[in-house]
Design a binder for this molecule. Structure first.
Ligand code: OGA
Ligand code: NI
Length: 369
């Protein structure tokens, strides 16, 4: 690569391809129309933006008793999780051990943050190089279609990436709440990872080891979806699968919005009170050699209610190669994916933006003939 190309490439990652417009600003200017950049082509528009979800819902799993001393109910819970990971890639968990007060505090602190004037938040404005901070787009393609949301992205782990200066300082309780929330979710993720390993007939720490043991990554993406003047033409977040290991989502307690792809329909998730929504990301699909599915999802918006959600991402250490586990492959069941580090892997969504499942589907090993 010659010097000029390096420079151009670097330049394109240090800044956005065009000035950033905050969706909050658009929403607050009471537009009666939707700006062109947010109008999706007909094939991507949501078929409905009604609040009432279909009767179908993703599985709800009660974790009460899991890993308890008695352990009597473990088999049933584990089988339920196993089926959810294979068939849905998504499930809700209740009795997960995280206090409801902490969940509400986390969501409401962030809601307060997003309610601050846009100007007060610009000091945290992010760039496509690290995505840390206050952002309003995913991907760096000039002229790309945009989603109806602002967000905040920060690192919780590893410790050397955790930087309080990149975390908001308002409201005054937010840093402490994020810290505590992060700790609890790292803990919960560790428990779920053990279930995922065991359910594949592996030692319970197998996935955790493959993720780099103690050195895993954890980050938080808080999504703010303002009211939208034409929700039937827009999306809050375009179809994508999560590039990381596993996601634990705290949805808004009042407003639906997340839709999960099941066969060829979009199912609107109806969150159970104080449940978390767990989903398999691309890295676990890869480790499991596609036994577990990283499933496409998207977010719809509406005209009379804003929505806030917290997506916690549990990721492999970013510089170790991730590939199907040796125990899960054989001559008859060859590895579907070549090794790739998460640092390399996530460049795709960071430059291209959300593109359905096209990344993991194109990340396939060449077949010997
Ligand atoms: C995400 C995501 C869903 C939501 O942040 O990756 O899918 O309901 N969020 O906000
Ligand atoms: Ni997602």
């Amino acid at each position: 690569m010659n010097m000029d190309m390096t420079k151009n490439k670097k330049g394109s990652m240090d800044e956005w391809p065009e000035p950033i417009v905050r969706v909050q600003s658009l929403a607050e200017s009471n537009l009666s129309f939707l700006p062109d950049r947010y109008i999706k082509p007909a094939s991507l528009r949501p078929n409905t933006t009604e609040d009432a979800p279909a009767a179908t819902n993703i599985p709800i799993i009660d974790l009460e008793g899991l890993f308890s001393e008695e352990g009597s109910s473990d088999d049933v819970i584990m089988a339920h999780i196993s089926e959810a990971c294979r068939e849905w890639g998504f499930f809700q968990v209740v009795n997960h051990g995280v206090k409801p007060e902490l969940m509400d505090a986390a969501r409401e602190n962030w809601r307060e943050f997003f309610h601050m004037p846009v100007n007060a938040k610009e000091t945290y404005s992010n760039s496509p190089r690290t995505y840390e901070g206050y952002g309003s787009r995913l991907g760096v393609t000039k002229g790309a279609s945009l989603d109806w949301s602002d967000y905040y992205f920060l690192h919780l782990l590893p410790h050397h990436l955790k930087d309080f200066n990149k975390w908001p300082s308002f409201p005054p309780t937010i840093r402490e709440v994020i810290g505590e929330y992060g700790k609890e979710l790292v803990n919960l993720s560790g428990r779920i990872m053990r279930v995922l390993s065991t359910n594949l007939g592996l030692k319970d720490d197998k996935f955790q080891d493959a993720f780099g043991g103690e050195n895993i990554g954890a980050c938080l993406r808080v999504n703010y979806y303002p009211k939208c003047p034409r929700p039937e033409l827009a999306l809050g977040l375009s179809p994508h699968s999560d590039p990381g290991g596993m996601t634990i989502l705290l949805p808004d307690d009042q407003v639906f919005g997340l839709q999960v792809r099941k066969n060829d329909t979009w199912i609107t998730v109806k969150p159970h009170p104080h449940a978390f929504i767990v989903n398999i990301g691309d890295q676990i699909q890869i480790l499991s050699n596609a036994t577990y599915k990283s499933v496409e999802h998207r977010v719809i918006v509406n005209s009379n209610k804003e929505r806030v959600s917290l997506a916690f991402f549990y990721n492999p250490k970013s510089d170790i190669p991730i590939q199907p586990l040796q125990e899960l492959v054989s001559a008859h069941n060859p590895p579907l994916y070549p090794p790739m580090t998460f640092d390399q892997y996530r460049l795709f969504i960071r430059t291209q933006g959300p593109q359905g499942k096209s990344h993991v589907e194109s990340h396939i090993s060449p077949r010997p003939r």
